[in-house]
Design a protein around this ligand. Structure first.
Ligand SMILES: Cc1cc2nc3c(=O)[nH]c(=O)nc-3n(C[C@H](O)[C@H](O)[C@H](O)COP(=O)(O)O)c2cc1C
Length: 344
């Protein structure tokens, strides 16, 4: 039996012992750079997500053996402090905060994170040179999200501990180059010497295994956790995600800030405007303020901005974060056994 790379356990999952899988999963030992870096059981990160990932989701994922991240991008500094405090009460496992660096009051967020003793920060959407040193000087592990190898190199040079390589399939804001996860991981693998966390299009154990085959050390998952019981997303949005089909999302607003959107009235308005070639100020006006909150948090499925990844077409049920993590790990393990025994 060949030992796992993501997970170090030699128990094969067979029809005879499958009923016992929970015990088997619980016995997995960490044998993986990302699991070691964060002192977690499985190298599964729940991506920070505006309006969707508060303390309930982050603590549930951490309690399930992954790493939960509070998405601070939609929070005022006081809200973030409150969310961190609640997360600390809800789990004694490691958790982190995602900080989009373009946030206007970013220094206040950083102050809250440091003063609350958060030990893991995932930065995104900005220059990794700006805050990495401050965070590291405060004994915080820093990971930066990138969408191409140039930014991966920049993040590594800035001193981050790991990189999230996020491909074109992903929900949320996205790279202009449209590089898919399948191409991005090997490209970044060539130039980076720090651990790589693959993101974009991963919602199953088989996808997690595929990322391992490409050279990733862990996975970051967003969309699948939007359709979780603990996500703070509005139930209308969660239902919309589980009812969505192939082709229902598209990368829009490439001139402004590229974002993958679910098709609705707002999407149509953006598409019309882009087809007419309107100016950036006009697009900004169309986007207006509070669109993402309106759609994802308040549940206006027509006029709100609905951010989700291509993998939404595979998500068919709202489940608890623990069920999602357990299911991914079980499928990962089974798929690996299958592959190793060529029993397909
Ligand atoms: C609704 C939504 C909101 C997101 N918000 C953020 C965010 O605030 N900061 C960030 O770095 N990434 C954000 N992301 C990206 C996720 O953290 C994650 O990298 C991505 O969803 C992974 O791809 P997947 O959707 O295919 O799983 C968001 C994704 C979604 C679906």
């Amino acid at each position: 039996m060949v030992s796992d790379y993501f997970l170090d356990n030699n128990d094969a999952i067979t029809p005879n012992n499958i009923f016992n899988f929970v015990t088997i999963i619980k016995s997995y030992k960490m044998n993986n750079k990302i699991a070691h870096l964060f002192n977690i059981q499985y190298p599964i990160i729940q991506g920070g997500m505006i309006w969707c990932s508060g303390w309930e989701l982050a603590s549930a994922v951490s309690n399930a053996g992954g790493l939960g991240l509070i998405g601070s991008g939609s929070m005022y500094p006081d809200t973030l402090r409150d969310q961190i405090k609640k997360c600390k009460m809800a789990t004694n496992k490691p958790f982190g905060v995602n900080v989009p660096l373009l946030y206007p009051d970013i220094h206040k967020h950083i102050e809250v994170i440091i003063s609350e003793g958060v030990k893991i920060v995932f930065t995104s959407a900005g220059n990794p040179n700006t805050w990495t040193k401050t965070l590291k000087d405060n004994d915080i592990k820093v990971v930066h999200v990138v969408s191409n190898s140039k930014f991966a190199k920049k993040a590594e040079d800035a001193g981050v501990d790991a990189i999230v390589a996020e491909g074109f399939e992903a929900g949320g804001h996205n790279g202009r180059e449209e590089t898919t996860t399948l191409c991005l991981i090997p490209l970044i693998k060539k130039i980076a010497s720090i651990p790589i966390i693959a993101a974009g299009g991963i919602g199953t154990g088989r996808a997690m295994l595929a990322m391992e085959a490409l050279g990733a050390d862990g996975v970051q998952i967003g969309s699948r956790f939007v359709a979780s019981e603990e996500a703070s997303a509005n139930i209308n949005f969660k239902n919309c995600v589980i009812n969505s089909k192939e082709g229902d999302t598209k990368l829009m607003l490439k001139q402004l800030t590229p974002v993958r959107l679910l098709k609705n009235n707002f999407f149509d308005a953006v598409q019309d405007a882009e087809n007419k070639g309107v100016s950036i100020p006009e697009l900004t006006l169309l986007l207006g303020k509070g669109r993402a909150k309106k759609g994802m948090f308040l549940g206006d499925l027509d006029e709100g901005e609905l951010e989700i990844g291509q993998v939404a077409a595979l998500i068919k049920e709202i489940k608890s974060a623990k069920e999602i993590v357990d299911e991914i790990i079980l499928e990962y393990k089974q798929a690996k056994e299958e592959l190793l025994s060529s029993n397909r």
